[in-house]
Design a protein around this ligand. Sequence first.
Ligand SMILES: *Cc1c(COP(=O)(O)O)cnc(C)c1O
Length: 378
Amino acid sequence: MSYKIPLFDLNFDEEEEIAVINTLRSKWISTGPKCEELEQLFCSSLSVDYALTVSSCTSGLHLAMLVLGVKEGDEVIVPSLTFAATVNAVKYVGATPVFADIKSLTDLTIDPVDIKKKITNKTKVIIPMHFGGFSSDMDSIMELARKYNLKVVEDSCHAPLSEYKGKKLASIGDIGTFSFFSNKNLSTGEGGIIVTDNIDYFKKAKLLRSHGMSTMSYERAKGHATTYDIEHLGFNYRMDDIRASIGVVQFKKLQFDLEKRALVRTWYLERLGSLSSLIIPFKDNYEFVSNYIFPIVLKDSTSQIRDKVRQRLHDFGIQTSIHYPPVHRFSIYKNEYIDLPLTDYVVNNEITLPMYSKLEEKDIDFISSKLKIILNEL
Ligand SMILES: *Cc1c(COP(=O)(O)O)cnc(C)c1O
């Protein structure tokens, strides 16, 4: 069915089309100048030294684990309230993911108090995920990392240009990763980027991104090199210039897109902020935030009630989602008993409402009024 109000809409126009046509006509369609341009845009706006485009955030997270030397026998502390890729990357290198709970029903990011409880002498890395674009408690996480000699990888897929105390997210830990999947703030279909200030991590990731080859075909085409060596067992985790050319256009629109999303959030807060039956996570966050999604959590509820509310919204033509089915309940992870009470409550009672920059105030009026009708009927 086609929804009256979908969960998400791309902010594409002729600019993306022209960029793709220009790249096709340039005849350089694989990793090249457009990927480099996108990397430069990330470096300058995030104030990081290095950025490397990759085929997806998933491959970026895998590269992050590899360059940090995470291996079998190591433990990596992760949230369960995230997309499975955050955790799967830990398994790719044979390490063990250790789940930590979220801070509260209003702050859905990983809890430093629970992280601390889960640190052992095998722990190597913490992967905070900035839920919805809202920062994890980076001061506490970086303090734990310093104290216990751990590395931090910020899964910043939700958080391009989001800020924490004057810094851009992804620039605070050792490595930050972004996704350009279709439904993300910056969409190219597939793709991603990793950022770091550490030249060794950057060089190693660049090598592993392309088969462990010592030079890239783009560099050879520019006459910088004529042959190559295979120095490490690498992968093909490259992004291509067709997608990167879309990414460059999307990046230039991003600040404006996010300002519009922030306005959409205020429209929601004006209408739903004082309802006693709802929790609006991150309600008191006043940082500049990407607002990747707009999550709400039903108070004193159950998953049956939540599913009923979603069904009624669906009947009104409003598309919703759930962020997320918890990773610790998936078949490949659930063999151990894991107690994450706050995560469990949120995954059973969260509803993700439509959020994208093209939404108008009348759309938020429509969604909010229908939601109020449904909540009153419960
Ligand atoms: C989308 C997403 C990913 C995976 O990104 P891909 O580019 O699709 O591999 C990982 N983590 C989070 C939090 C995401 O939202």
